[in-house]
Design a protein. Sequence first.
Length: 123
Amino acid sequence: MRNSTHRDLTVWKKSIILVKDIYVQTRSFPNEELYGLTSQMRRAAVSIPSNIAEGYARNSDRELLRFLKIALGSASELETQIIICNEIGYIKPEVFDSMHGTVTEILKMLISLNSSVKKKLND
């Protein structure tokens, strides 16, 4: 039984901040992107902390691993979308650097958490 919640995880906290950043940045996207990149990026961003929370709440390391993999997939998807937005000029270079840095950090944290949970399962 865990003595903490998903809200105590740094990766969850950082992913919440990223969600807010994505929502702010996508407000300025062209209207024709509402059902394209805007929607996809928001969905992928929200999926990251949501899956961390769901996996953690299951109170099972196997379930946590399953949901961390989903969060990792969503983070990778979002990273790709951020790169596309930079390439087509939807975001400024400094915004790209910040968002890409954050999503890269989240990816590393998810990979690390995934590894430590796997190790715990194998012990």
